[in-house]
Write a protein of this length. Structure first.
Lengths: 398, 398
């Protein structure tokens, strides 16, 4: 008999974004093209200055760096935040192995096993996985497609607070919703967190991807000296998904001290990557303006394509590179699978992420999908045509 | 008032290896040289074939790889283990961000909060940090300097098993002890683990560093189809500390499935590093023979130096690149600090790691230090002379 693992190990959730990976790999052999709209892997080139550091790295040894990140690089990040209107000293920033590690460290630092973190759903599904790893629990508060997935009424958020609540966590702008929180929503959350003495954790990895209006970081607000924590990543911002660099930032010294000790346990984040990351941070506002323009065009292409599709509902999202949309089908898990494995237009099809995987509440989100617009507009237009045809041909259509 | 963090966050232990970092940085400005014997950062050059991959990486984008590691690279690792006499399919290996992440994943997969893992002490202190992060508890069983830190009598290990015990964990060969477990000890542990239906987790990152006799991996033993888990790292083996690559390996499918889901949550280990790591695995036995010879010479230098020092006790360790030694002082925390900040020979001194940090039992190990022999023999001989003089000049000497 196989030795059993722990309850926690058994409860570890599978990633909904990767659930269709096996049929996808199979269908790739059969279809002439499958448009990958399921994962947030940007196609934008990594800045050449990053690659140059790899190419010229002197060596001769790839050594451990400091546990909190290279001193010079933390200064770079401090300057980066200053440019975003966020004042953080290098000591208030700790470099992590991707945004993923940042979230694990934060959950471990602010929760004890059994404690709760409130998250507006739909949310980035891996929050569940990180929480499970450290024995914490995500408590969802449901936002609505009809409001574009805005923050639910603050009284509804407050109603989720229990004696075990340690934090509210938001993703701003949101994955999978694309929703960018308003200044008022951030202030309302702050008031609520201070009232109940709980943290506000803000995942701001898509900070630069706001197309209409501006981004409101929690740490550009005063009053978060003690209760605000940012988790961040270079993956999307600089097309550095495989580099595994992120960071945690907070003015709360107790949080940063605990996280530094966790950082010491795991020794250090990748070394060469940090040297290279210093270079990409020299790119100015022009770089982000160019990327933002490109993604905005894509968002508009996808949104227009969806609006032309009968029975589809979504509000135009302001940020990130995702659209969460309601489809006229009962079950998008089945639909996405059918679209991938049974439908084709000129032997092409599209791969989308079923929406229910982004909800913690059981049995909701089954009529939603998430589209990541991480391919260029011409391709996206074509992918939207295929989705539209697929929907009209789908036997399970409502 | 500052917002309080969790009990877990407050309990996160500081790394004893990095405890003297602040005075070290200060004294570096004052002393002409400080021999760094405190951390396991090898000075050996990273293989040039690794650096070549960095230099020629085609780009243009640094993408996510598969969560379990690049398929090709897992095949490479399967071949590597086959050469070590360990039969593992690529599916039984998962690539992690350093050995650190491997240990966190294993602890999360096999323990629930409050569960226990028995570890012979002195042990690699960061095990405490990883266990604390996931709410598990390390239960030490004390090994003795007099036996060279061999496995304590198996009845003593067994006496530590409780209803909450989920695993025994060893480091083989050991950090900080240098002890390499014998075949009989591995078999005894296996019998015990099977009897009590608990896992044996073996940290084998120093596998190639055994100077007298051979290494006995738990997975070269039959009977570990279900209860054995290896955690591993390239950091020491290929001087790749800053690359952050390691792996977990087990025949237990439930363990590997749970760990893959954790891997999916954090997306992937560093991408370019894996391509580069494929290259270094092409280095043959010659490479390891050369390195082993170099480290053996260093071990002999340090051991001979210690044997010439009055009042010092240690057995000659067979492996890794550490020696844990008893000194004729009451408190090596104070002695190491004094040596660093107050003693000098021609304006040089040495930095060693106090031994108590490697014990979980309170108030033991205070007469021990750990020496990492990660500088060349000539320098080590000089460092041993300084240590000897320091000991004889030390006011707190017994």
């Amino acid at each position: 008999m196989i030795k059993a693992i722990s309850n926690r190990g058994q409860a570890q959730p599978a990633s909904p974004m990767r659930r269709l990976e096996a049929p996808y790999l199979k269908m790739k052999e059969i279809r002439s093209h499958i448009y990958p709209l399921n994962i947030g892997q940007p196609d934008i080139e990594t800045p050449p200055s990053y690659m140059d550091v790899y190419r010229n790295f002197p060596g001769p040894t790839i050594k451990y760096g400091p546990s909190g990140g290279l001193t010079e690089y933390r200064k770079t990040l401090s300057d980066y935040y200053a440019n975003c209107g966020i004042s953080l000293t290098p000591d208030e920033i700790l470099v992590t192995t991707g945004g993923s590690e940042a979230i694990i460290f934060v959950f471990a630092a602010i929760t004890d096993p059994g404690d709760e973190v409130i998250v507006p759903e739909p949310f980035y599904a891996n929050y569940n996985g990180f929480a499970n790893m450290v024995g914490a629990r995500i408590v969802p508060v449901t936002s609505q497609a009809e409001t574009g997935y805005a923050l639910p009424p603050i009284s509804e958020v407050e109603s989720k607070i229990s004696a075990r609540t340690r934090a509210i966590m938001i993703c701003n702008p949101g994955n999978p919703t694309g929703y960018a929180y308003t200044e008022k929503e951030i202030k309302d959350l702050k008031t609520l967190c201070l009232k109940h003495d709980i943290f506000l954790v803000s995942d701001e990895v898509y900070r630069e991807f706001v197309y209409d209006g501006t981004h409101h970081s929690i740490l550009s607000e005063s009053g978060f000296e003690s209760h605000g924590i940012i988790v961040d990543s270079l993956s999307k911002r600089f097309s550095l998904c495989g580099a595994r660099l992120g960071q945690v930032a907070s003015h709360n010294k107790a949080v940063m001290d605990a996280i530094l000790k966790m950082g010491q346990a795991r020794l250090c984040p990748p070394t060469v990557e940090q040297y290279a990351a210093m270079e990409v941070h020299k790119l100015g506002q022009d770089y982000f303006d160019g990327i933002r323009k490109e993604y905005q065009k894509r968002r508009d292409t996808v949104f227009d394509g969806l609006m032309k599709t009968e029975g589809v509902f979504c509000k135009k999202p302001r940020g990130a590179f995702y659209i969460q949309a309601k489809l006229p089908v009962e079950n998008t898990v089945e639909f996405a699978h059918w679209l991938l494995t049974e439908f084709e237009m000129n032997n092409e099809t599209v791969l989308v992420a079923p929406g229910n995987g982004f909800y913690a509440t059981k049995d909701i989100g089954f009529d939603e999908i998430r589209i990541a617009y991480i391919i260029e507009s011409g391709q996206l237009a074509r992918a939207m045509d295929i989705l539209r045809e697929g929907l009209s041909a789908y036997p399970g259509r409502r």
